[in-house]
Design a protein around this ligand. Sequence first.
Ligand code: IMP
Length: 429
Amino acid sequence: MGRNVIVLGSQWGDEGKGKVVDLLTDRAHCVVRYQGGHNAGHTLVIDGKRTVLHLIPSGILREGVFCLIGNGVVVSPQALLQEMETLESNGVAVRQQLKISGACPLVLPYHKSMDIAREEKLGTKAIGTTRRGIAPAYEDKVARRAIKLMDLTRPEIFLEKLRDNLDYYNFLLTGYYQQPALDFGQVADEVLGDAQHIVPLIADIPALLNTFREEGKNILFEGAQGNALDVDQGAYPYVTSSNTTAGGAATGTGFGPLYFDEVMGITKAYTTRVGSGPMPTELLGEEGQLLAQRGNEFGSTTGRPRRCGWFDAPALRRAVYVNSMSSICLTKLDVLDAFDTIYLCTSYQLDGQALDAIPADSEMLARCQPVYEALPGWKTSTVGIAKYENLPENTRRYIERIEQIIQVPIDLISTGPDRKETIQRRNIF
Ligand code: IMP
């Protein structure tokens, strides 16, 4: 029997999923992305070489592993092609390994223009998006006017839809946002040019996954962003526009909910967030700067500095039950090596009441005060440690305290960016 495992971020994204997915892929037949788009940035370091992936699943660097993009992902043809070419120039056989659902909505140049125009107009209330056009592309899907990847196989339908959509968006861009209109011919040529390279990759992803399942193959579902950025479950409106939570793996691929075996939450040993919105454990002083500097906390997609803070157990508790997490992977533990005392937020105070799980409402979250527990630091390097017993006693104490609070086993611990810098306590495949 194969195992079907979802790996997703349990915080605000950037937990280090890319490395973990790549690591677990040594036992997987295929890796599937199910939501998000090229707003994601998954960093992999193999033998010292750094690769950042945005759209293509993090299994692509393992020869022979199938990489699938499910219908829940919004696909920018331009970004996809660019990523394919970069990988190919590094000797990766992308076109043999990659298949994409024809049902993926496309992210086109007018989505990007709209995303930027909206953020500018919001001023101080901006969401702090990646400005890649993600929200407008998902809006089109829900409004039933999206141009889907499949439409690129029928140019006359594509051109008709593009004409209608551009009429609508140019009206909004010029009339409401006072921005320049986009040229129909230019967009059409660009997209049709990219299409010839992408159309051959279209496949029936639900059927393919079902075949793999029947053949007893291991399948890994790779989440993007994180639990707290889910459009339904996160602290709205400071969220992304897709279902980042485990349920999204079913709707975003066409794989039935009862077929999943395990959900692993990738959890950073502290907290980071890019973009706007409340973050109860944020550290605005020197300690935050030290975390940012030691953890190299700059967005892999936008290069923006990430906001940093202490570990937030209420955020994780909610992530555990919303996603039915059965396993945790703790990442970037070595970043904490420099601290004398490490603080762990165990609950929030809101209007005089104790709250043990994060609220899914940004106004409420903004009023939550973190309640901390202090733990002694270990002040010695844990970089590259690959055996649990070799971790300092205080490090194990920190890990075991988190396990005790959230009641989910920490099965994997990442002690550095490379595949080898990992402690495996249990293999989920
Ligand atoms: P959007 O997904 O570009 O619309 O951005 C919405 C929010 O999600 C912003 O706060 C972004 O910073 C955040 N976001 C989107 N993608 C990622 C990611 O891959 N990692 C972390 N944050 C992200």
